[in-house]
Design a protein around this ligand. Structure first.
Ligand code: MN
Length: 130
């Protein structure tokens, strides 16, 4: 069965590229442009993994991660922060907020999907070419 990725990202171009890369590798992608809608979707779509932009309007990614971690049935879902903040301490802040890992933007299209797969508990490969 396809793994479902929930992508919470406000930048349309980043959403487009990330969705394209993941769908090409067999993932199902749901996306939300802000934290509140992301949390709603997380509750309704039971994602296998959540990719979380940190720079979001209204509610930043740290707040979203903390809110997700306070939701019992989402507690075990891996959350990977994806951020262009290249500041010292961001990795630690992401982990403190409940994220499992951290990927820096701009994402590398050649390695992005395999980086994401490392956070999935079940390592069935879904590679289809490339
Ligand atoms: Mn953003």
């Amino acid at each position: 069965m396809n793994k479902t990725v929930l992508l919470i990202e406000d930048n349309e171009q980043n959403r487009y590229l990330t969705t394209f890369l993941l769908e090409r590798h067999g993932f199902t992608v749901m996306s939300a442009p802000d934290g509140l809608r992301g949390i709603e979707l997380a509750n309704s779509c039971a994602p296998d993994i959540i990719l979380l932009d940190i720079q979001l309007p209204t509610m930043d990614g740290y707040a979203v991660a903390r809110a997700l971690r306070q939701t019992g049935h989402l507690n075990h879902v891996p959350i990977v922060a994806v951020t262009s903040f290249a500041m010292v301490g961001d990795r630690e802040k992401s982990l403190m907020a409940g994220c499992n890992g951290y990927i820096e933007k701009p994402i590398n299209p050649d390695t992005f999907v395999s980086e994401i797969e490392q956070f999935l508990p079940d390592q069935h490969s879904v590679h289809e070419g490339s």
